[in-house]
Design a protein around this ligand. Structure first.
Ligand SMILES: Nc1ncnc2c1ncn2[C@@H]1O[C@H](COP(=O)(O)OP(=O)(O)O)[C@@H](O)[C@H]1O
Ligand SMILES: [Mg+2]
Length: 244
């Protein structure tokens, strides 16, 4: 990794100079890749992510879109709160840090924060595509989640928690599994490091369970899968804890 900062007009771009040439702001628009016929696919979900064929390999481009009141005015505009403090830069830095810690996350490629009309900003993030992966949600729908998968998910979640990573949006669309059965965590918007502790760790795990139960009926999300996940998580989590 060679994180490098460039300024062009009202925009700042943070990118990994060891993985790609300096990007231009236009490359953070999916239309740029669509017009070059370089959109590989558009993953299901909130809909802002596109997989692109970039010069540095397949990558995922994600724009940040907001909910709430300002969304009615413009979905892509956030209040500007400093470049380094932007959601995109923070997610890039977090990914960089987790990569260094050998946690299974995508390699960050580039983050854009573009200031608009002084008080607003528009942001996007590019990460290296994790090859041959499906989301846990996709696999659950296909009935393709094995006991080994559940076990691997539990172990990977304990690794993140042991290292103090709090994932603010732990759900079936943010867990990826590749064809070799390796598990990855993605989408670190609003995530942060915390001192490891049973309370937030437990809440984090329970949140995942609730989100799975809400989205998938028992035929697709069996109680046995969850108990394998939890056992594997408990075996691997450090310290005394109260996980149930
Ligand atoms: N690095 C990646 N490799 C493979 N697929 C990815 C990667 N990043 C995102 N995706 C796919 O794109 C979807 C949306 O990306 P995500 O970062 O979760 O953004 P959001 O949920 O905010 O739209 C994911 O659920 C996943 O299907
Ligand atoms: Mg997501």
């Amino acid at each position: 990794m060679k994180p490098t900062l460039i300024t062009t007009g009202n925009a700042r771009i943070l990118y990994d100079a060891s993985a790609m040439d300096a990007p231009e702001t236009i490359q953070f628009d999916s239309e740029f890749w669509a017009s070059a016929d370089a959109v590989v696919r558009r993953p299901a979900g909130r809909g802002s992510a596109v997989v692109i064929r970039s010069p540095s390999g397949e990558a995922v481009l994600k724009r940040y879109f907001r909910g709430g009141l300002l969304a009615k005015f413009n979905r892509a505009l956030y209040i500007f709160s400093g470049y380094e403090n932007s959601r995109a830069f923070r997610e890039f830095r977090l990914l960089e840090r987790m990569q260094k810690m050998k946690l299974p996350v995508p390699q960050p490629l580039a983050a854009l924060c573009e200031r608009q009309a002084m008080v607003f900003s528009r942001m996007a993030l590019m990460t290296q595509m994790l090859a041959a992966t499906e989301t846990l949600a996709e696999k659950l729908v296909l009935g393709a989640v094995s006991d080994d998968h559940w076990q691997a998910i539990g172990r990977v979640l304990s690794e993140f928690h042991n290292k103090g990573v709090y994932h603010a949006d732990l759900n079936a669309n943010n867990l990826l599994i590749n064809t070799a059965g390796e598990v990855f965590l993605i989408d670190f918007d609003k995530c942060r490091f915390k001192t490891p502790g049973p309370r937030w760790q437990n809440n984090n795990i329970q949140r995942l369970k609730r989100s799975l139960m809400k989205l998938f009926p028992a035929e697709l999300f069996p109680a046995s899968g969850w108990s394998i996940l939890l056992d594997s998580y408990k075996i691997n989590i450090s310290g005394k804890n109260i996980h149930e």
